[in-house]
Ligand binder design. Sequence first.
Ligand code: GLC
Length: 532
Amino acid sequence: MTNNLWYKNAVFYEISVRAFKDSNGDGRGDLRGLTEKLDYLQTLGVDCIWLMPIYPSPLRDDGYDIADYYSVDPAYGSLDQLKVLIEAAHQRDIRIIMDLVLNHTSDAHPWFQAARSDRNSPYRDYYVWSDTDQIYKDARIIFVDTEKSNWTWDEQAGQFFWHRFYSTQPDLNFDNPKVREEMLNVARFWLDLGIDGFRADAVPYLIEREGTNCENLPETHAYLKQLRVFMDEHYPGRILLCEANQGPEDVRPYFGDGDEFHMGFHFPIMPRIYMAIKKERYEDMAEIMRRTPSIPENCQWCTFLRNHDELTLEMVTEEERQWMWKEYAPEPRMKLNLGIRRRLAPLLDNDRRKIELANSLLFTLSGAPIIYYGDEIGMGDNLDLFDRNGVRTPMQWDSSPNAGFSVETPFTELVKGDLGYRHVNVASQLSDPDSLFHTIQKMIALRKNHAAFGGSDMQWVETGNPAAAVYLREHDGDIMLIFNNLSGTLQHVDVPVQYQTACIDLFTGQSLFLNTTLEIGPYSYFWMQIQK
Ligand code: GLC
C-alpha cells in the first residue's frame, strides 16, 4: 500500500458498526462482527471503509456526541479489536477511515461536565459560553425540526452555551489553543493505531465570529491546514475527507492548494441526480458541475447517493426543495429537517432500472463514490423509527430470524415489508448472478480497472437530447464515453461525429462501432471505452 494518491480512484463504503453485524449476541453490531464480514466487502470490491463513530457516547446523536475521544465504546469492542480489524482489512487491501468529530462533544463528556460546574475550571474555556443568546444571530439552525436556537441556557453553568447541532452537543471553542492541540492529539491517537484517515465531521462550524454566518471562516481553514500539515509530516498516505454541506464554491477552499483536505463530499450533485431521474433531463447535473471549480491534482471529490443522514436538500433552491419533497417524500413523515429520511431503493420505487441508473451516474461522474451499507442490495428503511434511525437499521444478511445480523433481538426494529430481510438479503443476492449486488460489484470492478474514472477530467457531450446524460471521462489515455438514459422511454441519441468510432461496451466486453445514433432503453446506460 504505497500509492499515496490511492483515494483518487477508490470506492468507499460507509458502515454503521452498530447496525452491521453482531458477533456476541447482545443485539448490537460490533468490531468483531464487522471483521467477520470483511470477506463480503472484499467480494463487493470496495477499497476503503468509513466507520461511523465508535467512541463511547450516550448516543443522543448516534455517536456523533462523543464522551471520550480516546477509546472505543465497549458495546463495539476494544481498541485491540479495532487493531485486529484494521490489520485484517489491510491484508485484504481495504483501508479504514473513521469519523473525527471536531466541532462538538457530548454534554456527557468530562470536559463539559467540568466546564459547566466551575467557571474557573481549565475546561470552561473548552466551550463557547455567553451571558446572552443575542450574539451570532446570523448563524442558521441546522436541526430545524428539533432545535429552536444555537444557544442553550445551562442552569449549572449560569450561562448559555453554543451548539450548532443538538443541545446535547456543546461546540468546542477552537479559539482556545488547548482545544486545537487536544484535537491533534486525538487524531494522532487513532493514526498511531493504524487508521487510514478521517471523515472530518461538520468542519464549517469550528469558529464563530460576530457579524458572519459562522461558517467557513478563514480561522477555521487555518486550523484545518494545521491538521493537514501534521498528517503529512507524520502520516503520509492517510487522508482527510471533508464534510462541508455547502455549495461547490464554498467547498473549494477546503482543498486549499492541495494542502488542506484530500477529499470533500460533493453535496449539491446528489439531489440533482434524483432530480435528473424524475425530470428526465440532465441539465441540473450539468449546471452544478459547470459551477464546480476545478480542484488541485492531489484532491478528489466524493460522490454519494445516500448516507446515514437525511437526503439533504440544503443545496437546492426553495422551489426545488418543495418539488423534491413532493416527488420523493409524499408522506409527511418522510421529511426531516431540510431533507428526506429514506433509503435509495424505496426512493427509487424499488425499480431495479432506476437503482442501476443512479449507480451508473454515481460510478462514472467525476469523484470517488461512496456506497452506504445495504444500498448495494437495495435494502429498505423503517419510517416508524425516530429521526434518521430509519435508515440505520441492521444489515440484511440472510432470511433467518433477525436477518442474520444477530442471534438475539436487534437493538432496533428491522425493515418491514417488501424491502425487509426476507425478500432482500445478501445471501440470496450472492447466489443469484443477476442480483443488484452483482451489478454493483461489476460496476466497482469496471471503475477500478479504468484510469479515466479516477481522473478529474469530465466533459458533457451535447447530443440534442435532454434525457440523455452523455459525457466523456479521460485520463492517462483511457477514454470513456458514458451514456445514461434518464427517461422511462426508449431514446435515440445522436452520436457526435468525432465519437462515431470503434469502442468496447464495458458491460458486455464486446467490441462495436458507434454509429450515428445509439438506441438506449428506458433507464439504461452504456459505458463505452473509445478505441483510438
Ligand atoms: C454530521 C453527521 C450527522 C451528525 C452531525 C453532528 O452532519 O453526518 O450525522 O448528526 O454531523 O455531528
